[in-house]
Design a protein around this ligand. Structure first.
Ligand code: ASP
Length: 435
């Protein structure tokens, strides 16, 4: 049995939490491969080390060196090494890091150093070997992740003697520079290592007991999700559930490795299992409800639109030119709504509207007010009557007006768009209709 364990920022934050991590790892000899995040927050308004490092890089860009911001980082790591009474020459690593940030031309090197230093400390605490992610996680020249090359390099560690600690979040480009995944990307590294060493399970240790059916800030004490599928996880994380980086699924998919979300601070809790398939599990009809605000809709009207071959392509080419991906495209005979997640910049939106006008010569094209999208996700709804009826009845009872509806033919989810002001009310109503 081989387990890959990834520990998140809260687990890495203090001497007490790292001691807890040590107990978890040493309690099970299968926990041979450990991937760590950078130290996170120790208390409410504390700052994550990754954010301090990004601040250090900003300081170096503005003033030529990162001295001030770097002091806070130095203090955190020196403090950890002192309290654990480690032999590690942390000052040398910190000096190298500071010099590296002062010499770097992109923020990736700085951002990655929290994981690097954290892994050095944890390896020393455990008496495990440190393996730098730069040596095993590789990107291609175009900046995309090189899955196969990386897999071969990670696989070579499979039969290594003793335990190994690997920093999460980053790898190396062919030119030798460091590149990071997107924020929260240590989860992805954990999944990459799990695939490479053919782990039996990828344990992702965080500070909650796994996934809940919906956001506890909206619904009080929502039910815990015992198990969900890779696809359900992708849907829920994309729509806002933030326990695990959604890209963590791609590496483990190859060997169908289960992911087990666990809580460092409640290790006896079984957490949530994420599986290739949940067939055979006795699970509720609905797995989860997630959503996000800030979506804009471009409404296009043109009579005889449905007969105009290439209309959709021309509209979408405009968005493609601006590198914007589309969330949903509900259409009528003579109308088309393009739902986008927030593009941020109002002038860009105006430009897009102008270009759509030029491309398809519509009767009208306008941006209509922001909507919140809510996804009700669950394999259980496939080929079963009544899910949509329950959702829409609940929204009707709660006096929520539905602005948009979308359901894919895989019947994995039903997505509704509502006014932003109705967002919490709608989630609460849907949750209580099913649970
Ligand atoms: N430290 C990085 C972040 O804060 C990556 C991670 O923790 O997964 O996003």
């Amino acid at each position: 049995m081989v387990k890959v364990c990834k520990f998140g920022g809260t687990s890495m934050a203090s001497v007490a939490s790292i001691t807890q991590v040590k107990d978890i790892i040493l309690s099970d000899p299968a926990r041979k491969f450990v991937v760590v995040s950078a130290p996170g927050k120790r208390f409410g308004d504390d700052i994550k080390v990754t954010d301090l490092l990004l601040e250090a890089y900003r300081e170096k860009c503005e003033f030529g060196s990162c001295g001030n911001a770097f002091e806070l980082i130095r203090d955190r790591f020196v403090g950890l090494c002192r309290d654990f009474d480690l032999d590690l020459d942390i000052d040398r690593y910190l000096d190298e890091t500071e010099a590296g940030i002062n010499n770097s031309t992109s923020s990736d090197f700085a951002a990655s150093r929290g994981e690097y230093l954290s892994a050095l400390v944890v390896a020393e605490v455990l008496g495990y070997r440190f393996v730098d992610a730069a040596e095993i996680v590789k990107f291609k020249v175009d900046g995309t992740f090189d899955a196969e090359y990386t897999n071969d390099l990670v696989a070579a560690l499979k039969n290594a003697e003793g335990g190994i600690v690997i920093p999460g979040f980053y790898g190396r480009m062919p030119d030798g520079t460091i590149k990071t995944f997107s924020r929260g990307g240590s989860d992805v590294t954990g999944a990459i290592v799990a695939r490479g060493v053919s782990a039996d399970v990828y344990e992702n240790w965080t500070d909650v007991n796994g996934f809940m059916v919906t956001d506890p800030r909206i619904v009080k004490n929502p039910r815990h999700i015992a198990a969900l599928s890779y696809e359900e996880l992708r849907e829920l994380s994309y729509m806002g559930a933030s326990v695990l980086h959604p890209d963590s699924i791609f590496p483990v998919k190859y060997n169908k490795i289960p992911i087990n979300i666990r809580n460092t601070f409640e290790p006896e809790n079984p957490g949530t299992l994420i599986l290739a398939s949940t067939d055979g599990y006795d699970l509720p009809l609905i797995t989860g409800i997630a959503g996000r605000k800030g979506n804009v809709t471009i409404l296009i009207k043109k009579s005889m639109m449905n007969g105009e071959v290439g209309f959709t392509r021309k509209v979408l080419s405009v968005l493609e030119r601006h590198g914007i991906s589309v969330e949903h495209i509900p259409t009528g005979i003579d109308t088309m709504s393009i739902v986008l997640s927030d593009v941020g910049d109002a002038s860009l939106l105006e430009k897009i509207v102008e270009e759509i006008r030029g491309a398809v010569n519509p009767d009208t094209v306008e941006v209509v007010g922001k909507i919140a999208l809510i996804a009700v996700v669950g394999h259980g709804m496939a080929n079963r009557l009544g899910t949509a009826a329950t959702i829409f009845n609940a929204l009707y009872q709660a006096s929520v007006n539905v602005r948009m509806i979308d359901q894919g033919s895989s019947e994995l989810n039903i997505i509704v768009g509502v006014e932003e002001s109705d967002y919490a009310k709608a989630i609460d109503a849907i949750y209580h209709a099913f649970f």
